[in-house]
Structure formats: C-alpha cells, structure tokens
Write a protein that binds this ligand. Structure first.
Ligand code: NAP
Length: 374
C-alpha cells in the first residue's frame, strides 16, 4: 500500500511502482482524490483517515505500507502504531526528527510483533546512511559523525528561497513540493538539533558552520540542520556525537540568523495562515536541469583519526532529488517484499545493507577521500 499516494511525491512513487511492475493499493484520507488517481493508474484504492476507527481494519490484509503523507511528525506516530498492531511492515520517505523519534519509541513493540518500522528511506538519510555503513568498518571506534548535504549544485539553487517563494504565492523557481514547504514551516517551531555525548541538544539557527568548504559549486556554506542522521546513526551504530549540515548561500545564512529573532513571534496561528496561503497557490515544481546533489560524511574517533567520503546524485529525469527518493524508497520496499525482515525500528540501508545505493540510478559513490580535520 502507498499511503499519501495523492501528494506530489506519492504520485511520482505510485507511477514508478507501476513502471517497475508493482501493483500497490493506493491510499489516502481524501476518497475522491485517491479514487481519481487509482482510475488513472488502474490500481485498487482505499481511503481512510489515520485517526479513523476503521483505520486498523484498512491495514488488516496489508503486508507493507509506504508512507508518503507528510509532515511525518503528524502521520508517522499514528501509522507506525497502526502497523505494529496489524503486523504490517512500515516504510516512510521522511527525515523529520519528530517522525523518526515516534518510530524509535515503538522499537520494542515492533520487535516483539516482528514488524519493521523503516524511517527516512529517501534523499534525507539513505545516501548518508549507506556511506556511514561503508566507512564504519575502517574506523569501528568512531565517536563522531558529521553529515553535510547540498540539495543542488546549481548556482541559483536555494532551498530557503524556494520555501519563501511558495509562501509568498509565487509560481516559479520553486524546487520543492508542497509537503516539503509544510514540513519546513513545522520545523520553524523548533531549533536545529544535534547529538552530543548521546543526548539530543537544540541549538540556535545558524549557530554552527562547517568552516571548511566541502562543496565546490553552488551554495557552499554548511549550516547546522536537523537531518535525520541525528536519530538514525545513533540508533543503528551507537555513535554518540552526530552533527548534520545543509549547504546554503550566505544570504540564507543571514536569514536563518534572523529566524532566531522572529521565532518567538511565530504563533501556530501565523504558521497555519502561511501554510494555507502557500497551499492556495498551486505551483509547478521546477528543477535546474543537470544539477547534482552531493552527500558528504566524516567519521572521527576520540584520537582525531577520521575517514570521509561523498556521493553525488545526478538525476536521470527532471525530478532532481525527488528522483532519488522515488527510486530509493521503492528499492527498499522491493527488498522487504522479497526477503524475511526482522522487526524493530531501522533505516532503509538497515534492512537492505549499504549496497542499496547501487539500485538508485544516478547515485555515485566516489570512494574514501583523504581525511582532513574540520
Ligand atoms: N526526505 C525525502 O527524501 C523527501 C522527499 C520528498 C518529500 N518528502 C516529504 O514527504 C512529504 C510529502 O511531500 P509532498 O511534497 O509529496 O506533499 P504534498 O504534495 O502536500 O502531499 C502530502 C500528502 O500527504 C497527505 N497528508 C498530509 N497530512 C496528512 C495527515 N495528517 N493524514 C493523512 N494524510 C495526510 C496529503 O493528503 P491531503 O491531500 O488530503 O492533504 C497528501 O496526499 C513531506 O513531509 C516532504 O517533506 C521527503
């Protein structure tokens, strides 16, 4: 089953699933939208709200749900719980800390029910998790993980700019789907989180930078960002210190600094109003042709010895990062449908192994790099 199939990413995944020879049941909370989509793709459908009394019944005969309905802070806790109860494997494409924490909280229950709860099987964690698994054997006593992601290396690409454009009702130059705008707005209520001595700590926006240039083209400044590795790397490998960064332009860094000042004024009602305003302005998601995404990690032990490496993703279609999420999540799902999977909270590469990156068109591993101190 694909839940949230009618969203921007859900539709891409549903269409590619059909191309790959799968016949998922399409599902979502809006019966009309699900029915129309299922008619176009000639697939069966089901509609249910996650809080609905009938929701458990809708999952009773399902082997696996791929959750594309975000923000995942809203959907992962409910759908994760429903899956544990109905003994249905769960996979999502999120990367939000609240969604991952909710799944992690169900770990023991999922283990005893032999249900796999797989978080972040998309762009946000899959490549960095694969690299962590590939590099860890070279530094098994690693106590620090640093992750950095550049969403696009086009000089004009800007994640923050895209979100602002969507919120201002502009229709062009936006390279993220509506769900990512909603998720970004949700995260404005919080602060970036890092892991320090096994504890999660909130820090102010733009309070930590990657001083050394990691990215050669496009936005190159690394600024602290709440990527899901902060949860996943600690859960899977017990790494006690994890920091994650996003590549931004200098103006985006200044905007993040200002965010610290306006954040206390951002009441839920204001965020809700901004969201509704953005949702009204339907826009076409636009990507810069040929732009690549870069994923970089460094592992370090307490003596300062390090290993590091990078992957790049050159999309095979005009969908940029979404292409990685579509192929990555479906590769994880295909593996889970074919193999016996142990129960518990894990990641995409946690169930498939680090070689999963080879199934994603355009994703390239550049091998271990000479390590340098940050
Ligand atoms: N990490 C990654 O690799 C990655 C990549 C792409 C997207 N994403 C994430 O995926 C999510 C979806 O993005 P998108 O652009 O596809 O969003 P979208 O076009 O807005 O679609 C969201 C879908 O989720 C459904 N939904 C939202 N809240 C729900 C709830 N509480 N209960 C049930 N269904 C709900 C929506 O249903 P309605 O139409 O009824 O509202 C819609 O079908 C976002 O959180 C985004 O950040 C992550």
């Amino acid at each position: 089953m694909i839940y949230g199939a009618t969203g921007f990413t859900g539709r891409l995944i549903a269409a590619q699933a059909v191309t790959a020879g799968l016949r998922p049941i399409l599902a979502g909370r809006n019966p009309k939208a699900v029915q129309t989509l299922s008619r176009n793709l000639e697939l069966p459908w089901r509609a249910f709200d996650l809080g609905d009394e009938k929701a458990p019944h809708s999952l009773a005969d399902i082997d696996l749900v791929l959750n594309c309905a975000g923000p995942f802070s809203h959907t992962a806790p409910h759908l994760g719980q429903l899956c544990v109860r109905s003994k249905t494997h769960y996979v999502d494409i999120g990367g939000e800390l609240q969604g991952l924490e909710a799944l992690q909280a169900l770990h023991q229950q999922a283990q005893s029910s032999q249900v796999a709860l797989v978080g972040a099987a998309g762009l946000a964690v899959l490549p960095t998790d694969c690299m962590t698994r590939m590099l860890l054997p070279g530094l098994p006593d690693a106590s620090r993980l640093t992750v950095a992601i550049q969403y696009s290396d086009h000089p004009e690409a800007s994640l923050l700019g895209s979100i602002l454009r969507a919120l201002l009702g502009m229709k062009h130059g936006i390279m993220v789907g509506p769900g990512s705008v909603a998720t970004a707005l949700e995260s404005l209520r919080n602060r970036p989180v890092l892991r320090q001595d096994s504890h999660l700590c909130q820090v102010p926006w733009a309070s930590r930078l990657l001083q050394r240039p990691i990215f050669r083209h496009g936005p190159a400044l690394g600024v602290i960002f709440p990527w899901g590795d902060v949860i996943c790397a600690a859960h899977s490998h017990g790494i006690p210190n994890v920091e994650a960064y996003l590549a931004v332009h200098r103006w985006e860094l200044m905007a993040m600094k200002c965010l610290n000042l306006v954040q206390p004024l951002l009441r839920p009602k204001i965020l809700e109003w901004l969201l509704q305003r953005a949702a009204r302005h339907q826009y076409a998601v636009h990507f810069h042709e040929g732009a690549r995404s870069t994923f970089w990690i460094r592992l370090e032990n307490t003596t300062g010895k390090g290993v590091q490496g990078r992957m790049t993703h050159t999309p095979s279609s005009a969908l940029a990062g979404y292409d990685l999420t579509v192929y990555g999540s479906l590769a994880v799902v295909k593996h889970m449908l074919e193999k016996e999977i142990p129960g518990g909270f894990t990641t995409g590469a946690g169930v498939t192994g680090s070689d999963i990156w080879r199934s994603i068109p355009g994703l390239q591993w550049h091998g271990e790099e000479p390590a340098h101190r940050l």
